[in-house]
Structure formats: structure tokens, C-alpha cells
Design a protein around this ligand. Sequence first.
Ligand code: FES
Length: 138
Amino acid sequence: MASGATFATLFSACGGSSPTSPSGMASMLGVLAGRFAGSGVQVNVAGSAVADVGGAVLVQSIAGVFLLSRTSANAFTAIDAVCTHEGCTITGADGTTYVCPCHGSRYNRNGQVVGGPAKASLRQFATTFTDGVVTIAL
Ligand code: FES
């Protein structure tokens, strides 16, 4: 835990131009490799953050990058990880909010903007879950 003095130092160094730092509050998502298989991207969730309900990861594949979160034992949400502002890959999370590292846009787990500068939602993809493998339908 940071001390109060450390926080005071950070805020004064920031110049007060923004109440939230783009990367200061977010932690990096873990990364999983997705396997492109015809009409979808397959992700083995064993041993990752999405092995547990509530977890989220960044999925990288030749078919694109996706933000995958687990909403229940058998349900996941998958959304495009390319920020709709200027195209950075979204790599951070602050609780259940995804955070873009470039200018701090924030999205909920369904891809809706909850903090700009981005204005457009991220595309959401259907998912299925079988034998420990999530398939993101493209
Ligand atoms: S590219 Fe994501 S906030 Fe600008």
C-alpha cells in the first residue's frame, strides 16, 4: 500500500490537469493466446484469470485481439480490444472496467464507453464454452 505522502507527491507531479491518470489506476491484464479455427478463436481458460468467475484477460490471435471476461460458471463476454478512439490495444483493467493505455478511455465488460475520449462502443462477440475452452465466434 502506498502512503498518503506518496499519493500527495503523485498528484502534485501530475499538475492537476486530469483527475484520473490513464494508466495510474489500471493494472495490466494477463494475456492468453487464442487459436484461430475457421469461424472462431478458441481459448483454453485453464490456469488463467478467466478460470474464475469475475476474471478477465486479453486474448491475442491472428484473427485479432479480444477482451474476455467470465461472468458466470459457463458464461463469458468477449469484445474487441482495439480502442475506438485511435486504435490502441486495450491492455488494462480497473476492477470490472477496461482501460485504454493511450488516452484513458474506459469501457465496461459489455464494451460500452464509461469514460472518454472514446465515444463508440467496442464490438461484442458471441461465445460458447465447452470442456474448458471458450470459442469466440467471429
Ligand atoms: S486510443 Fe484508446 S483512449 Fe485514445
